[in-house]
Design a protein around this ligand. Sequence first.
Ligand code: SF4
Length: 214
Amino acid sequence: MVKQLDYHTIREIFTRFHDAEPEPKGELEHVNVYTLVVAVALSAQATDVGVNKATRELFKIADTPQKMLDLGLEGLTEHIKTIGLFRQKAKNVIKMSQILVDEFNGEVPNSRAALQSLPGVGRKTANVVLNMWWHQPAQAVDTHIFRFGNRSGVAVGKDVDAVERAVEDHIPADFQQHAHHWMILHGRYTCVARKPKCAACLIRDLCLFEDKNL
Ligand code: SF4
């Protein structure tokens, strides 16, 4: 495991991310906070591109919990059957929508605990929603952030919870809100799993990864 980078190096890394893309955006399509929760829940073990393909039509007809209930389990399943684990995910979305209607007046709650009380919504999904919709500096660690954080030394930890703490502890406050997307996009397109594009990486002189692909 590489060592955790120091404050000044991390500040320099995020300054470069910021200069390259001041307003990084997530790639999961949604039309309101409810459809964001659904899209994030559907994206577990699936790609954003695959989820977007399925939800583009779905969200035209079901963009509220009540409309999702009106569509029903079978209708929803039909829309998302190209996404991994679709049967379980469809059941969760229907259960979640029922709870939102029954207990939250059809609104999506915005505390982590209330979000996590919904079926199919774990800590990662809750953090993505808090970050993307309510602009909280909540950190959701996915496979891209986990890989990038540990390779580079930006956020080192043996599991996702440890990396989440490392992100919260080591990334300066002014970069916390966008850190999630900068790291996801960097991991997805540059610091990729098999052959990281180190020669084109804007932080290659600061990254601690020993097997750089230069
Ligand atoms: S230099 Fe290579 S390993 Fe380091 S962050 Fe960039 S792409 Fe990843």
